[in-house]
Design a protein around this ligand. Structure first.
Ligand code: F0G
Length: 461
């Protein structure tokens, strides 16, 4: 048998470094006050460990930086476009490749071609921008996660799966002609970063093909999903992450991609598909907003970095380290009695603030209160996924309707932090667990109607 060491090390060495923003507790107290207890308003220079998002925050490799120098900036038909097209075709098998400036641009283009009033787009879970872009066309965005996905404490290997029984039922009720698209988000960011199994992908694909409905992946974290299949699904142990990813893509008709996640770049995305007729219509939309279809809102150098990132992300040593480091954070928090969404996801650990801060009622934003406490005690920035993000005021009664969950997402940027950074975060949580009863709720003093969490102002209760 092949010998394995216990310690999983970061599979890279550091060539270029950036200092962290050290502050005192007193300074952070002041920073929080000035930011109205909204972490989006905090200057990044005042953040020590930034777990706000794993999107666009990756460290690029020396080969990616070399690609940046090699980038061909020709307006049309740049060499860098053909390099990207080749990398995407090799990975996905899809013929048509349209670069875009980021994931939501791919969404806007595809949905404006396939969506529209009276239509319904179904997903295991739509990400916020996916939902917003669907609804902007007048279409309905419907989520069909499996039931266990909402049972945060119950571990399961593939809680990102779609409920296939519900899918068949909805197709029969609404009529296949009114469902222009089914989307599988891999991994499912909105519900804990949980993976989708190959079995589920096959079943969803079979149902879609039977009803002639196109199936697309929201592939932002496709490599993390592939690695979970290798670890957790029977029959995949001896396959490479790339072979698994290729098999996944073979069951669908196309994909939407935010390259800011599993292509290890700071900006970029693409749209890929087999249907040349849709691609032609997508290019017509693209040229209006993004740019000529061989650069799609990006510089040639960005295309080069994405092409290289798509190769590096499937490196097995990288994926082993990636999934292990997120699990390591999850284990550390669990050991200190912090309730998390089980199991930890591919890109993030989600803390269940409703349970952890049970003394704070939902009307006082326990998720945001925890996110602020994390910053105050440790200079750590995370994002609330709870009533600040999803709570609403009832149109008629004006009563506050809280969200279904109060989570705090700790999203790990790729190749950025080391194990000692994660040990530090665990230590801050250990301290918070002892003092949690001192954490106070918050009250909103000002909020806009749309995406309020980005701009809302709050004060402690
Ligand atoms: N789809 C998923 C599953 C995402 O997580 C995101 C972005 C997008 C689409 C949109 O991509 O940002 O490139 O336009 N998620 C980031 C996050 C913002 O923090 O989870 P984008």
């Amino acid at each position: 048998m092949h010998w394995e060491w216990k310690t999983i090390i970061e599979p890279f060495k550091i060539k270029s470094v950036e200092p962290l923003g050290f502050t005192t507790r007193e300074e952070r107290e002041q920073v929080l006050k000035e930011a109205y207890y909204n972490l989006f308003k905090i200057p990044a220079s005042k953040v020590l460990i930034d777990f706000l998002t794993d999107s666009g925050t990756s460290a690029m490799s020396s080969e990616q930086w070399a690609g940046i120098m090699r980038g061909d900036e020709s307006y049309a038909g740049a060499r860098s476009f053909y390099n990207l097209e080749k990398a995407v075709r090799d990975l996905t098998g899809y013929k048509e490749v349209l670069p875009t400036h980021q994931g939501r641009a791919s969404e806007r283009i595809l949905f404006s071609v396939l969506g529209g009033k009276g239509k319904c787009i179904i997903a295991n879970s739509h990400f916020d921008t996916t939902r917003a872009n669907t609804e902007a066309t007048g279409a309905e965005a419907l989520d069909l996660p499996v039931k266990d996905a909402l049972d945060f404490e119950k571990p399961g290997p593939f809680k990102g799966d779609m409920d296939v029984v519900a899918l068949e039922k909805i197709i029969n009720e609404k009529g296949a002609e009114n469902i222009p698209l089914v989307i599988l988000t891999v991994t499912n960011n909105s519900l804990g970063g949980q993976p989708v199994s190959m079995k589920n992908i096959c079943e969803v694909s079979r149902i879609c093909r039977k009803h002639k409905i196109p199936l697309f992946f929201d592939a932002a974290r496709f490599a993390e999903n592939s690695y979970f299949i290798k670890l957790r699904e029977h029959g995949y142990q001896n396959k490479s992450p790339k072979e698994i990813a290729q098999e996944m893509f073979s069951y669908a008709d196309g994909c939407l991609m935010s390259a800011k996640k599993d292509a290890l770049v700071n900006i970029g995305g693409f749209l890929a598909m087999n249907n040349s007729e849709w691609a032609k219509r997508c290019r017509e939309v693209e040229i209006l907003g993004e740019g000529f279809p061989t650069y799609g809102g990006l510089a040639g150098r960005d295309l080069e970095a994405i092409a290289q990132g798509l190769v590096e992300i499937l490196d097995e040593e990288y994926l082993k380290y990636r999934i292990k480091s997120v699990a390591y954070l999850g284990d550390g928090l669990r050991n200190h009695g912090i309730p998390i969404v089980e199991p930890p996801g591919g890109h993030a650990v989600y803390v269940n603030a409703m349970k952890f801060l049970s003394h704070i009622p939902q009307s006082e934003f326990p998720g945001q209160a925890l996110a602020c406490a994390l910053y105050l005690e440790g200079g750590i920035r995370a994002v609330e996924i709870g009533s600040l993000m999803f709570g609403k005021n009832d149109q008629n009664t004006k009563k506050f309707i809280p969200a279904k969950m109060e989570l705090v997402r700790l999203a790990l940027p790729r190749r950025v932090y080391t194990q000692s950074h994660i040990d530090y975060v665990i230590e801050v949580f250990e301290h918070l667990a002892k003092e949690k009863n001192k954490i106070k709720g918050l009250r909103i003093t000002e909020a806009s109607e749309v995406l309020a969490h980005f701009t809302a102002k709050l004060v402690p209760v």
